[in-house]
Design a protein around this ligand. Structure first.
Ligand code: 5RP
Length: 261
């Protein structure tokens, strides 16, 4: 079964599995959204079932909430949890300072609130997500539906004065209709190509009326766990400055993969 997975899925799986080792009984855990985060939710579900791991999960989207319940994780709201021990989530890009672009899956608002309300955020990713400079992946910005075209124009205008290479924004679609987030908002994807000053960009965009939040996560992520298709998994802790690499034998994971599929 493991052999059936593409190298990218193997990379995502082993990153997710390695990150789950940080989760201990009694923890309140933020559960991210996306294909890598889905592996993490399944791995945690395995541990709940097989080891009796006791955790409460705060999902960052309705999709993740459904999956978490399906695999047997107790789901609570952020208002019930108030504060979390740990959040594990994917990312669309991360740089050497562990600044992130998130929101490719449209869940950036809940993801940012949940990660910010956590003692620690661990990002799980395949190696292709690592960049020298953020911005090749379009930056998602969540805007309220009212006057979204005006918000888009205002965003494109402020981009003229900022250190970015591209300056166009597009409304994210779901078929023929605008994409709608769990909070009932729309997403504008900013095609910036290169973000010279992510901190400044984030502050300026969030000043624009109609903007709810943007997908830049700065000073939020503590650890990135990176999986490779050949079984290598790296753990980079920005706070302690430590870097660790191990290798996963896919054959040893044969049953686990079968369980999770
Ligand atoms: C969802 C996200 C995801 O974490 C991000 O898009 C990465 O997704 P995937 O793990 O599927 O590559 O930010 O809003």
């Amino acid at each position: 079964m493991a052999a059936d997975l593409s190298p990218i899925d193997k990379a995502k799986f082993i990153a997710a599995q390695r990150a789950c080792a940080f989760v201990q009984s009694g923890m309140k855990v933020g559960l991210g959204t996306g294909s890598t985060a889905a592996w993490m939710v399944k791995c945690l579900g395995e541990r709940v079932r097989d080891e009796g791991l006791r955790i409460k999960g705060v999902p960052t989207s309705s999709r993740t909430a459904d999956l978490a319940r399906e695999v047997g994780i107790e789901v609570i709201s952020l208002d019930e949890a108030r504060w979390l021990d740990l959040t594990i989530d994917g990312a669309d890009e991360y740089d050497g300072e562990l600044s992130l672009i998130k929101g490719g899956g449209g869940a950036l608002l809940q993801e940012k609130i949940v990660a910010t309300a956590s003692d620690q955020m661990i990002v799980i990713a395949d190696a292709a997500k690592k960049v020298d400079t953020l911005g090749a992946f379009p930056l998602p910005v969540e805007v309220i539906p009212f006057g979204w075209q005006t918000s888009k124009t205002l965003i494109e205008e402020v981009l003229i004065g900022l250190d970015v290479m591209g300056r166009t924004a597009s409304l994210r679609m779901n078929g023929d209709a605008p994409f709608v987030t769990d909070e009932g908002n729309h997403i504008l994807d900013l095609h910036l190509k290169r973000i010279g000053n992510a901190r400044q960009l984030s502050l300026v965009i969030n000043q624009i009326p109609g903007v709810v939040e943007n997908g830049l996560f700065i000073d939020i992520c503590d650890i990135v766990v990176v999986g490779h298709g050949d079984g290598r998994v790296e753990v980079n802790d920005i706070n302690s400055g430590t870097f660790d690499e191990t290798r996963v034998d896919f054959l040893e994971n044969e049953n686990l993969f079968a369980d999770l599929d």
